[in-house]
Design a protein around this ligand. Structure first.
Ligand code: HEM
Ligand code: HEM
Length: 150
């Protein structure tokens, strides 16, 4: 599926297919980072507003609603974009590697959010937050010690 996409895109951009794939992997890697930062911004801006401005910063207050609204879609976009990036880079999500580790954490985060909301499980959000911390750790490893797991 990802290979088909590369073959079509390289044709479209008039690039060598075998070299172009590395550009796409790198590009999607940074798209993943941007999506992750937008997802985490919800938490970051809320905490800054609460602890620094006693919840009174008008811009941060305004930003909260749209960020909260797009948050689940950003998460799902991250799962798809990271899947294509990872599929091109490693060919599988079933590898002992920091990339698939990060990917599976986001998938579990999505399940925790969807199941937690649907069945009104009380403590799903703290679990989602702890997973977000693990996700950030896995991404730091992915960036600075990518092959540490083998
Ligand atoms: C994969 C799909 C995801 C879904 C469906 C999802 C869903 C949700 C929902 C419904 C909330 C509560 C909404 C709100 O408080 O406004 C939430 C909060 C949160 N999400 Fe996600 N999320 C996803 C991915 C992510 C990702 C990738 C991250 C970051 C790595 C993340 C980090 C957080 C954090 C830190 C909170 C708590 C916000 C706070 O305490 O103010 N989520 N998520
Ligand atoms: C979940 C979120 C992910 C993020 C934020 C992410 C981010 C990145 C970034 C920024 C790079 C460096 C790109 C560059 O060369 O400039 C990268 C490279 C790489 N990623 Fe990911 N990645 C993620 C998921 C995955 C997954 C799921 C896999 C594998 C299944 C994977 C495998 C790799 C590999 C092998 C490289 C090195 C590629 C190369 O040097 O040719 N990543 N990633």
């Amino acid at each position: 599926m990802s290979e088909f996409l590369i073959s079509k895109l390289s044709e479209l951009f008039g690039q060598n297919e075998y070299l172009f794939v590395y550009d796409v992997i790198a590009f999607l890697g940074w798209v993943n980072i941007v999506l992750a930062l937008i997802a985490i911004a919800l938490f970051t801006f809320r905490r800054i507003n609460r602890h620094v401005y006693a919840n009174q910063q008008p811009f941060l207050k305004k930003l909260n609603k749209p960020l909260s609204k797009i948050h689940p879609y950003i998460g799902i976009a991250l799962i798809i974009s990271a899947y294509i990036h990872g599929d091109l880079a490693l060919g599988s999500m079933f590898r002992i590697h920091t990339g698939p580790l990060a990917w599976w954490i986001v998938v579990v985060m999505m399940l925790v959010a969807l199941i937690g909301k649907k069945y009104r499980i009380k403590k799903w959000l703290p679990v989602h937050r702890v997973l977000a911390v693990l996700f950030v750790v896995s991404i730091v490893l992915h960036l600075f010690a990518r092959n540490i797991l083998g």
